[in-house]
Design a protein around this ligand. Structure first.
Ligand code: ATP
Ligand code: MG
Length: 562
């Protein structure tokens, strides 16, 4: 799928596409464009990953190129097949079809052989120092590193030791392979980075075949090179790794042109954490029912919540690609969700906090079928019949015994319109011992069928309703921000300190009969209330996707005025 903001004629091409255009102009990669999306299968994808997916697959589509889904599976302890399967599913759900699904673990033999070739040329050595010592001896920005006492082992000795590492002669952590670059390099990543470590861990694909595993830095660029990636796009925190990325590739005999790394700003959203580690903690701590909880900012979470994939893609296109990190307002993402759903979602009536309304002059036992429009934005969605009777559910909020000023909904003596129904005038209400309203009584005007009075008299409000005799009972989950702090974890705070204890609320709702036919995952608009997604597993559960109010517009107005 192509993104409008790449339209060159409009001059709005982003800096990555600018670079690709420049490369194509010089014929650098023979006009070829190949990208990849390289998740580590140690968790499910979150909304931040969607940015990278849209970018990598979007670029491949725009340039008639190739984009593969590559699992960066070099840390066997944290990774497993369920995550692999889930990530494949999530990428497809977001609307992208990888040209191929590949695995860094498929390249373990090649990576190993390349490591031996470095050793043979004196460019890598086996170090016996433990992890803490290596880390301490790396030095700092103002202090030089300290050479390992093992740095000057001969290639022959290193080769024998490295093979010994591979063959199980040493314990985990006893030895590592390091690149021999420069312990005083201004870039800390270049101070003899670790390329291989010993880990006796079962790998979800290679099983127990290997006990040494390459590090990210030894696997990533080489995987790019093996696959013939041209533009290796990653997030800004990898910019300090770029010299190392280039160094590794420079010293190898590559099968294709050398790929180039380009960094862009990761997506951050207010009131949200986008870190697999933190999301995993929410699941492990039981704050979430799973990675697919409708409150999770994972792709499986937002899918359950009812976010349309098309709206996520449109949002990513809109925010574009930046070179400096920033945080986008979650309200902006939600406005894209709302815009998409406004165009596509069927309108239905549901009452979330039900209060009984009795029409005292309704003919006993009679049921009327009222015609209601399915989607005013889409004529082809047609109309439906909604049963109407003498006992209805209305929202508790839509009646007040003692109305505050400017309250225009039902109150004794006031006439309102029932959506697609009749005008009704409240006459009286029953209350319990505490004064709470338990039932409201009204009369209806039979001449107002369809919602217009023949004498042209007006009412100030229209409220929704569900026939009590026909209502379907359901549970509706309402959601608020998961974190109360717009920037959870900012200033070194613990993001979990701002977890919102009121992030979810379940209410027992009454639904119109047509809501018995929704498909799993289908999102409908509950009139006047918002957009709600039918749960993927339980047809009697709905999740509030977003409300109807455009909070993004309000935020912009506030900012303009301040
Ligand atoms: P996390 O910190 O959540 O584990 P990660 O970067 O370690 O994220 P990977 O599985 O390694 O997760 O990420 C796969 C790709 O997605 C990488 O290229 C990474 O740069 C990119 N990515 C991850 N998070 C974001 C984000 N918030 N915005 C844009 N791209 C992201
Ligand atoms: Mg990572």
């Amino acid at each position: 799928m192509s993104s409008e903001h790449t339209d060159e004629a409009a001059g709005s091409v982003d800096f990555i596409r600018e670079k690709i255009n420049a490369d194509n102009a010089t014929g650098k990669f023979g006009g070829r464009v190949q990208t990849r999306f390289p998740p580590e299968p140690n968790g499910y994808l979150h909304i931040g990953h969607a940015k990278s997916i849209c970018l990598n697959f979007g670029i491949a589509a725009d340039y008639d190129g190739v984009c593969k889904l590559r699992f960066d599976d070099t840390n066997p302890e944290a990774e497993d097949q369920d995550f692999v399967d889930g990530i494949i599913e999530d990428v497809a759900w977001l609307g992208f079809a990888p040209d191929e699904v590949v695995y860094a673990s498929d390249y373990f033999d090649q990576l190993y052989a390349w490591a031996e070739s470095l050793i043979e040329r004196g460019l890598a050595y086996v170090d016996d120092q433990d992890a803490e010592t290596i880390s301490a001896n790396r030095g700092g920005f103002t202090t030089p590193g300290v050479d390992s006492p093992w740095r000057d082992r001969t290639p022959e000795e290193n080769l024998a030791l490295f093979r010994g590492m591979r063959d199980g002669e040493f314990a985990d952590g006893e030895k590592v392979l390091r690149a021999k670059i420069d312990m005083n390099h201004e870039n800390m990543q270049m101070r003899d980075p670790v390329l291989y470590r010993i880990r006796r861990a079962h790998h979800h694909r290679t099983g127990d075949q290997w006990i040494i595993y390459p590090t990210y830095d030894w696997a990533h660029g080489q995987s790019d090179a093996i696959e013939a990636v041209t533009h290796s796009i990653c997030t800004l925190e990898f910019d300090t790794h770029r010299p190392l990325y280039d160094w590794c590739l420079e010293h190898l005999d590559l099968p294709h042109e050398t790929p180039e790394q380009t960094e862009f700003a990761r997506l951050n959203l207010t009131h949200t954490v986008t870190s697999k580690r933190k999301l995993k903690q929410l699941v492990d701590d039981g704050v979430m029912s799973g990675w697919d909880d409708a409150l999770m900012p994972t792709l499986r979470g937002v899918r359950r919540r009812g976010y349309p994939a098309a709206a996520i893609r449109a949002f990513m296109d809109h925010i574009g690609v930046a070179k400096t990190n920033s945080t986008h307002d979650i309200e902006l993402l939600e406005s894209f969700i709302r815009t998409e759903l406004n165009a596509t979602a069927l309108r239905r009536m549901a009452v979330l906090r039900p209060l009984k309304l009795i029409i005292t002059n309704w003919p006993d036992g009679e049921v009327d079928l009222r015609e209601a429009i399915n989607n005013p934005e889409d004529d082809s969605a047609g109309v439906r019949q909604v049963p109407f009777g003498g006992a209805l559910w209305i929202e508790e909020d839509d009646f007040r015994l003692d109305p505050p000023p400017k309250y225009y909904r039902l109150t004794p003596g006031r006439e309102v319109r029932l959506r697609a129904g009749y005008f009704v005038t409240a006459t009286d209400a029953a209350t319990d011992a505490d004064g709470n309203v338990t039932e409201v009584y009204c009369t209806y005007d039979p001449a107002t069928a369809g919602g217009q009075a023949p004498d042209g008299r007006k009412v100030k409000s229209t409220i929704h309703w569900v026939s009590a005799a026909h209502a379907i009972d359901a549970t509706v989950n309402l959601y608020n921000r998961l974190f109360t702090d717009p920037h959870p974890g900012s200033g070194g705070s613990d993001p979990f300190d701002s977890l919102n204890p009121e992030a979810r609320e379940a209410v027992a709702a009454k639904l119109e009969p047509a809501l018995g036919d929704v498909a799993p995952g289908q999102v409908v608009q509950f009139e006047r209330l918002g957009y709600f997604a039918a749960d993927l597993d339980d047809a009697r559960v709905f999740h509030r996707t977003v409300g109807l109010r455009d909070e993004w517009a309000n935020i912009q107005k506030r900012r303009q005025n301040s």
